[in-house]
Design a protein around this ligand. Structure first.
Ligand SMILES: NC(=O)c1ccc[n+]([C@@H]2O[C@H](COP(=O)([O-])OP(=O)(O)OC[C@H]3O[C@@H](n4cnc5c(N)ncnc54)[C@H](OP(=O)(O)O)[C@@H]3O)[C@@H](O)[C@H]2O)c1
Length: 192
């Protein structure tokens, strides 16, 4: 049984890259263009993607600078993370929103809220742990009900804590280096 609420309208874009004019956004846009080129050379279909942000001219410059890809990503301008209406208009159009606009602590909750309301999946590269706590507390149940995933910490900043957690699991379970933790870590006596 599908327990998720249906989306109000079928999105016409698979992936939107919000903040495509920034340093990280440009790198992500380039990568998408290269992947699209490869897919097209191999005769594979590639997700329909778009770049989004505040200023049409800056977004068009980004598209013009990309490795040639056909079709070129659509430009969705007039999206400001401080403007809920523009976020909602964007979120309903896409299946997945990649958010490269920071600072995330200040701006991500509004973008995530728009995605969850629209039922769009969301990913960013935030590294602010208190924000993650707020997002889990504020959005987990709603995202689940909407059938969408909210993925934060999808940048390199996730690596050090992940490695520390892996090392701790290995040390606690006696697993060999190079392997994952073999067994679930047993609770220590005295832990509450
Ligand atoms: N965790 C990691 O590993 C990692 C790595 C790199 C970056 N980051 C984080 O990723 C974020 C982006 O970093 P960056 O270096 O790419 O930043 P950046 O070069 O300053 O780019 C910021 C982007 O946000 C857009 N933007 C700013 N204010 C906006 C608003 N009100 N509405 C809509 N768009 C807005 C800018 O668009 P305009 O053209 O309209 O100004 C631009 O596209 C930062 O929060 C950074 O800390 C994390």
């Amino acid at each position: 049984m599908d327990e998720h609420a249906p989306r109000a309208a079928e999105p016409d874009v698979d992936v939107v890259l919000l903040g495509a004019t920034g340093f990280t956004g440009r790198l992500a846009a380039e990568r998408l263009a290269v992947l699209q080129q490869r897919a097209s050379a191999d005769g594979r279909t590639f997700p329909v993607w778009a770049v989004a942000g505040r200023d049409r001219g800056r977004l068009e410059d980004v598209v013009a600078s990309l490795p040639p890809c056909d079709p070129a990503p659509e430009v969705l301008a007039g999206v400001d993370v401080h403007d809920d209406e523009s976020l909602t208009r964007l979120a309903v159009r896409t299946r997945v929103l990649l958010n490269a606009v920071g600072p995330y602590t200040e701006t991500a909750p509004a973008v995530i809220g728009a995605c969850v309301r629209a039922g769009a999946h969301y990913a960013d590269l935030s590294g602010e742990l208190p924000l993650l706590r707020r997002v889990v507390d504020g959005f987990h149940e709603r995202a689940r009900a909407a059938g969408c995933q909210v993925v934060q910490l999808a940048g390199w900043e996730a690596l050090p804590p992940d490695l520390v957690a892996l090392h701790a699991c290995r040390a606690a379970t006696g697993a060999a280096p190079g392997s994952g933790a073999r067994e679930p870590v047993p609770p220590c006596s005295g832990w509450t």
